[in-house]
Design a protein around this ligand. Sequence first.
Ligand code: ADP
Ligand code: MG
Length: 320
Amino acid sequence: MSLLEFDVIKQYFSKITNTINDSAIPLAIGDDAAIVSLPDDKELVICTDTLNEGVHFPIETSAYNIAYKALMVNLSDIAAMGAEPKWFTLNVSLPSINKTWLESFSKGLADLSLKYKLNLIGGDTTCGPLSITITLAGHINKNKALTRASAKIGDKVYVSGCTGEAAYGLACLSDPHSTLPTSAEYFISRLNKPTARIELGLSLLGIANACIDVSDGLLADIAHIVEASHCGVQLYSENIPVPDMGDIKQARQYALTGGDDYELVFTVEEKKEQALNQLINETDLKITCIGEVVEEQELKLLDSSNNIINIDKLGYQHFS
Ligand code: ADP
Ligand code: MG
């Protein structure tokens, strides 16, 4: 490790560790590896995601927002499992050592770490094109995780919030020549600073059968449930929330195929509906029933007269 790299770690990253005192971390940044301990009744839940400049975020994205998003996309995966996030590692590849950039990047990480009581326990710092990989681990009671594979025929399908908002935010950013609506700021913040549905995921334990977070698009991610659960899903187009942006046709397209929203889609069987309704009453988050799980292993989108809408025309790619 060069002296420069050591300084970067010490100045910008090591202070994010032990932001939250956690007795379950006997050893964090500074040794060859970190050590964490796990309560007897829990199992580890681990996910990782890489963000590359120009691919996963526009080149002009601020360092704060890049850090925020890199951690948030992982939080969303942990949320979809119904787990509690705890520790993360950070691998950064940096084109140069820019103090202002690093200051703002580590602030983004520190703010979110504080909010979700996370500790940064290690990582790697290298020189190269801008790329950030975060590996996030959390825990959950043994055998309780929500997976994509446990949807049951007859379950209702629900979505949190409104998908397509981040896609519209990206469209607003990509078209700097048009006059942006006053609401553009909201949609752009949904793209840059999404909110992982950690609390919802935890509340769905014991209620939901299957769960997935919407990172690739509503249809694409529900197709993963179809594939993993060996069942079909029928979606009712009219019930699906769409971004409040005027052009209803475009809004529907974004809601069905736009990625990066990090909402949760989950399935609930009839006998758990009462518990779900109670949860819905207690949360500010919008939760909408958008369809049901059926036997025939296919993803179908129906209009208000129960006619099948051709989803291939929506730019949705079938899983092969
Ligand atoms: P080694 O050469 O033993 O792999 P490094 O020099 O890569 O060690 O890292 C030294 C310490 O700093 C390790 O504990 C490592 O986990 C931590 N570290 C390195 N880069 C980062 C980073 N970007 N964020 C957090 N911790 C880091
Ligand atoms: Mg190393």
